[in-house]
Design a protein around this ligand. Structure first.
Ligand code: SAH
Length: 341
């Protein structure tokens, strides 16, 4: 039986039309699921008993609850889900004063082997099904009003292209969760063909690209994907995305002491930001072990101090950037720490 959480409204309407459901009914069902969070067809009180029976026979609404939840001292929450085939994934919720950001996983494991990231542990296992992405959201939306969604958990979202895109269509559907498109960010390690394909879909979401180094030799040492898709190809696809979406891409840049924060790195990075018009998001490096053991989770002023040469020079070059605060490092929930259970 198919999970109902894997269907876009259009697909659901088409499928239900076979049993004589109107398009309006399909919208009502979407509303029950995504606006009200109903998990039992019997609770859909404006759907007749006969139609409820059809739904029960056709779709599953099987349980999707975390087997473990951890809460950081900074209130970041991490949930461990066991999927039907016993595979494990993690999802993180980052609460802030005026927003709650949910970080979704799209694959079990990851095949891209970035040296700095824990998600590669155990290698790539499988893509998540659409419903497995959507239900991470629904589980957290029971407790939180989620304001921002980031596809930055375990896996490479553009490598699970179809299911990732479908989950975005489902979550932004006005008849359902009606999530604001501009409040969704997808991060990729840099797959140019998929970036172009995504641009063509006009989903209206934000795109982040894990850059982390500005020369091919350095980037290839950090991210083997760069051997296949060097910077020139990546930048070409980024320009295309910006041209199609009329919105700047964000380059993510992990600050790695003695590696990518020297004079030459600043100059090249500043030139690149000027040339592309992209935004820049600096990320403190999070160690694999919990912050208390391996560092990470330092305050922003500490990070600014630690990388003062780089940051001062970026400012001198008049480059505007944001500095991402590391959240939940004590429970291994920060960037690059998921799947280190
Ligand atoms: N596969 C996607 C999305 C997952 S990671 C991608 O590569 O972009 C989300 C962000 O966290 C990426 O920018 C990633 O490079 C970064 N990240 C990974 N490991 C990290 C670490 N140890 N410290 C800080 N950021 C890390």
């Amino acid at each position: 039986m198919d999970s109902i959480y894997g269907f876009t409204l259009e697909e659901l309407s088409q499928k239900l039309a076979l049993w004589g459901f109107s398009a309006y009914r399909a919208k009502q069902i979407f509303g029950w699921i995504y606006k009200k969070g109903i998990e039992d067809f019997s609770d859909m009180t404006n759907i007749g008993k006969k139609q409820q029976d059809v739904l029960k026979k056709t779709f599953s609404l099987s349980k999707f609850e975390p087997i473990r939840k951890e809460v950081s001292k900074d209130k970041t929450e991490k949930a461990l889900f066991e999927l039907a085939d016993k595979k494990l994934i993690e999802t993180a919720l980052i609460p802030e004063k005026s927003r709650n950001t949910l970080c979704l996983s799209t694959q079990v494991g990851c095949g891209y082997n970035c040296t700095f990231c824990a998600s590669k542990q155990g290698g790539f296992v499988r893509n998540l099904e659409t419903f497995e992405i959507v239900r991470q959201y629904l589980e957290f939306s029971k407790k939180y009003r989620i304001t921002n969604l980031v596809y930055m958990g375990i896996g490479e979202p553009l490598d699970n292209f179809d299911n990732t895109v479908k989950s975005i269509k489902i979550l932004t559907e006005p008849a359902g969760a009606n999530f604001t498109k501009r409040r969704i960010s997808l991060s990729t390690c840099g797959l140019p063909d998929k970036i172009k394909k995504l641009a063509g879909l006009n989903l209206g979401i934000k795109l982040s690209v894990s850059l982390h180094a500005v020369t091919n030799s350095k980037r290839s040492r950090l991210m083997p994907v760069n051997n296949k898709y060097p910077l020139e190809e990546l930048f070409e696809s980024v320009k295309y995305y910006q041209h199609k979406q009329k919105y700047p891409v964000t380059f993510e840049y992990i600050l790695l002491e003695d590696f990518n924060v020297g004079e030459d790195d600043v100059k090249k990075l500043a030139k690149l930001i000027r040339q592309t018009g992209a935004k820049l998001n600096l990320i403190p490096y999070n160690g694999k072990e919990k912050a208390s053991l391996a560092g990470g989770g330092e305050s922003l002023s500490f990070i600014e101090e630690k990388h003062s040469f780089f940051i001062k020079n970026l400012r001198k070059e008049k480059i505007i950037f944001t500095l991402r605060k590391s959240r939940g490092p004590d429970i291994n929930a920060a960037c690059g720490q998921l799947r280190s259970y």
